[in-house]
Design a protein around this ligand. Structure first.
Ligand SMILES: NC(=O)C1=CN([C@@H]2O[C@H](COP(=O)(O)OP(=O)(O)OC[C@H]3O[C@@H](n4cnc5c(N)ncnc54)[C@H](O)[C@@H]3O)[C@@H](O)[C@H]2O)C=CC1
Ligand SMILES: O=C(O)[C@@H]1CCC=N1
Length: 259
């Protein structure tokens, strides 16, 4: 059984671990304090390592699941002589190489919070020290919690915006729609469920057809009907440009976080 050790056991590590099959992977965590690590491990049904050193020694693959600014201090304090996976936003392979050795196998991964329900859309890339079999193993780990896209590293920032951060923007869209439902007299829980179901089915419809999104917009918009009135209103309020600006801000922030 492959032993995976997570350094850092916050929201994202918990989302990934929640989704992983505990019969297939031997998972342990090491967080900031042992007490909290033990509580989190108990909740997740996995092992708490007594220390980062113990975790590194007993893992086949080590996942860094701390905030990007914590990574330099961890890599300065511990020599991780195992394939190292980083899920940190903005940290490039060359940032990580500068903090480790020239021989360190490094895999950069960008999962998303939908890992919790085994529906992460994950990006992956590696440095030249990673063997094909290790890369296949790490890819399989993330495939077990959703889809995996191998990317050129130059596209990681864009991927981070479109898949890593976008659940937040999609929730904002859902909340705005359901708030409109409240404005027009519906209870919030009812309108949120209606909007969430419709977002899910619309995405499924797009993925299962060969049609592009604008053709699907046209299919909903009856001549002189209700939908086109809303489409025109969205455009008058710069919906498309506003969304593109948000993605560009995310990509720019990702670049600014790299050294
Ligand atoms: N939240 C998300 O949707 C996503 C987050 N990420 C990346 O995942 C990483 C973790 O993010 P979150 O889980 O959201 O943050 P978080 O704040 O929930 O988790 C980070 C954890 O690291 C722990 N920690 C701090 N110092 C530590 C140390 N020295 N040793 C061990 N643990 C330590 C903290 O106590 C905390 O539990 C970040 O690098 C982020 O860029 C990537 C994709 C999606
Ligand atoms: O906000 C962040 O920096 C992380 C990366 C993608 C999602 N959350």
């Amino acid at each position: 059984m492959i032993a995976i050790g997570f350094i850092g056991a916050g929201k994202m590590a918990s989302a990934i671990i929640n989704g992983l099959d505990k019969d297939k992977f031997n998972i342990q965590i090491s967080g900031r304090t042992l007490d909290t690590t033990q509580k989190t491990a108990h909740t997740l049904g996995i092992k708490a390592a007594a220390s980062h050193t113990e975790l590194i020694e007993s893992s086949d693959i080590v996942v860094l699941a701390v905030k990007p600014h914590i990574i330099p201090s961890i890599l300065a304090a511990y020599q991780i002589n195992k394939p190292l996976v980083s899920i940190a936003a903005g940290m490039t392979l060359s940032d990580l190489e500068a903090l480790t050795t020239s021989k360190q196998p490094l895999i950069r991964v960008m999962p998303n919070i939908n890992a919790t329900i085994q529906k992460s859309t994950t990006g992956i890339t590696r440095n030249t020290n990673v063997s094909d079999s290790t890369f296949a193993t790490v890819t399989a780990i993330f495939e077990s919690i959703g889809s995996v896209h191998e990317l050129a590293e130059k596209d990681f920032g864009t991927f981070t915006a479109l898949a890593g951060s976008s659940p937040a923007y999609i929730y904002m869209f859902i909340d705005a729609m359901s708030r409109a439902g409240v404005l027009h007299g519906m209870p919030k829980d009812v309108s949120t469920k209606i909007v969430a179901e419709t977002v899910l089915a619309s995405a499924e419809m797009l993925l299962s057809s060969d049609l592009n999104p604008w053709t699907l917009v046209d299919n909903v918009s009856s001549p002189g009907g209700t939908t086109v009135a809303g489409v025109v209103s969205l455009e008058q309020n710069n919906f498309v440009a506003t969304v593109i600006d948000a993605i560009t801000a995310t990509v720019d922030k990702n670049k600014a976080m790299s050294n």
